[in-house]
Design a protein around this ligand. Structure first.
Ligand SMILES: [Zn+2]
Length: 232
């Protein structure tokens, strides 16, 4: 699948299509492939961010009418703030980028390598509720190979951001292409979005599939071989 962000982005900038903020979010449309970050995104330290988010989250809870003197609730603003910065949105910070060691392809293995069922948890950037699913990643070595766990770590890194599934798919694929020095990368992501199941349309069973096929994977035979492995 071609990343539909590109065409939509063009359409948006040409002003041919106008979405309201609400529509854009409900339809889960991304406006760019890069995560939209502010220029000053990393001027605050993690600890300063936790302090700030804690205060704001406390305000949200108070506004909802919750009594923060209750023993069960009083630690929640800090817990949420730490979880945002140190865990579920830690992939925003380039400092947390997983180092990827490359090895020479000593075995001269020239077929595709497929890593299936990489479980990930992300969050929808339109509703801030979980997206969870599996990524299946493949590449054909151009002479370098990557440690298998690094494939998982790269998926997790991009998952740990507020995301749109199409963007996450393209971000992982492009990063793999860059790291491995090859266009020959494919990825299929199959995920459930809690913003679709627990609210809104309230569909508990649907899942969303996105994909990216680069280089040799654009050939029908390679694409089919990859998809066949995913059915095993
Ligand atoms: Zn959503």
């Amino acid at each position: 699948m071609k990343p539909n962000e590109i065409s939509l982005n063009t359409l948006l900038s040409d002003n041919k299509i106008a979405f309201s903020d609400e529509e854009l979010g409900e339809d889960h449309i991304a406006t760019s492939i890069d995560t939209p970050l502010r220029a000053d995104a990393f001027e605050l330290s993690d600890d300063e961010k936790i302090e700030k988010i804690q205060e704001h989250f406390r305000e949200i809870m108070l506004t909802l009418g919750l009594d923060l003197n209750d023993d069960s609730l009083k630690g929640t603003p800090r817990r949420v703030a730490k979880m945002y910065v140190k865990e579920i949105f830690s992939g925003l910070n380039p400092e947390n980028y997983p180092s990827a060691t490359l090895f020479d392809n000593k075995y001269r293995y020239q077929e595709m390598l497929v890593e299936r069922d990489i479980q990930f948890y992300s969050n929808c950037e339109h509703h801030f509720v979980p997206i969870m699913g599996k990524a299946h990643v493949a590449y054909i070595s151009s002479g370098k190979v990557i440690g298998l766990s690094k494939l998982n770590r790269l998926v997790q890194h991009f998952a740990k951001r507020p995301q749109v599934q199409e963007r996450m798919t393209v971000q992982i694929a492009r990063e793999l292409q860059r790291v491995l020095g090859t266009e020959d990368v494919a990825i299929v992501v199959d995920a459930r979005h809690l913003c679709v199941s627990m609210r809104g349309i309230e569909d508990p069973t649907s899942s969303t599939v996105t994909s990216f096929y680069g280089g040799k994977f654009e050939e029908e035979s390679k694409k089919q071989e990859f998809l066949k492995y995913l059915q095993l």
